[in-house]
Ligand binder design. Sequence first.
Ligand code: GDP
Ligand code: ZN
Length: 446
Amino acid sequence: MSSADTIVAIATAPGLAGIGVVRVSGPEAGRIGEHLLGQRPRPRHAHYCGFHDAAGELIDRGILLYFPGRGSYTGEPVLELQGHGNPLLLDQVLQRCLQLGARWARPGEFTERAFLNGKLDLAQAEAVADLIAARSQSAARAALRTLEGDFSDQVQGVFGALVEARVHIEAAIDFPEEEIDFLADPAIAARLSALHDQVGQLLAASRRGRRLSDSGRVALIGRPNQGKSSLLNALAGSDRAIVTATAGTTRDVLRESISLDGYSLELADTAGLRDSEDVIEREGMARASRERAIADIVVLVTDAAHAEADLALFEGTDPAAARIVVINKIDLSGLPARSDVFGDARRVWLSARSGEGMVLLQQMLKDLASAQAGDGDYSARRRHVLALETVLSHVEAAQTMVRVERSGELAAEELRAAQQILGEVTGEYHSDDLLGAIFGSFCIGK
Ligand code: GDP
Ligand code: ZN
């Protein structure tokens, strides 16, 4: 696939620097280079030249590089203009490229083209963003391994095993009189169980890897009126959540992203957990329990009188998630701000209203975020984890179809579904929405 239009962006970070790079990609890159240089640029040759504006006025002097085709980052003609790292100069160079027929690049559009031109698969393209955003050496190493294709190789390995198992089963479906015996053959069960293990291992690796690249998820849970929204606001320093004295006002899930010492956390304020007849509120509570199940850190907001009984609200959280019990409203109870460890949870006494004790909670969140951002072989995304979870459940369903239902047809159906989902990880199957969501979060110029 080749693009019809040519894109341009400043590829280096805004601000003053030694050098700055303007990057052009698309069919017109060579012609634009020729205009700027005054002659056809030699492929992969560093031309030292002046960059002039439309009136012939010198804007800057720097290096012009031209990559004619497949070998470039995007897999299409690329022009790189390296000038002095002053945004004013770079902007004029960019303007000149626009005049010569390029258009502004969207965020991540260079990498999106690399994907569409088959230079990278989708997981590798995501690793480009993760490498740029890595906050630790281990995160950078993991992103690089994914970018190098290690994660994709594992996915391809599972993909191959899936296809083999499906073909094996489908071959038997064509002979109904033998299907029952065939499905009872322990070799089939063994093959599916090996596949299950393989998916399980990749899922575990992705779960570790995803903590390196994604922000940690924090769910605020608790009965209505305990101060979840107030706490969210206190942590985020804004007034986003509606804080009222009427129980049950936080009906939807409100999100806020915060950064603590470079660790980004996504806070979700869930609807109050309680029995309700109200349909909208019930839907809110269903979302709340989903948030609780996927959170990396679950924060139960309660008060001194109910702390003990409210521990039951942790039910349904991921066993691997960290648990924090916030005993709020100490400005009313008069208890001192403090924190301790309580069984497998941590406790902190604070007031979301007065702010007393908030630093203790922030420190706790920071410690947990840094511990959870631990190690991983690959960088992986939440979407990879979700996909692999779905693949695993399809494989499990296929096992049931073989063992219990003795239906090769249905087992093959499950494996086909698993194959489809797995193909989305590397982008074998993809929708425009998925690409938009992935590349839209990139920076411009990448
Ligand atoms: P949510 O339903 O759990 O989200 O609770 P809200 O954040 O909406 O708070 C419910 C009520 O408790 C509001 O009137 C808040 O102003 C009040 N509140 C929250 N935190 C504190 C606190 O630390 N001290 C006091 N005195 N009131 C609080
Ligand atoms: Zn609320």
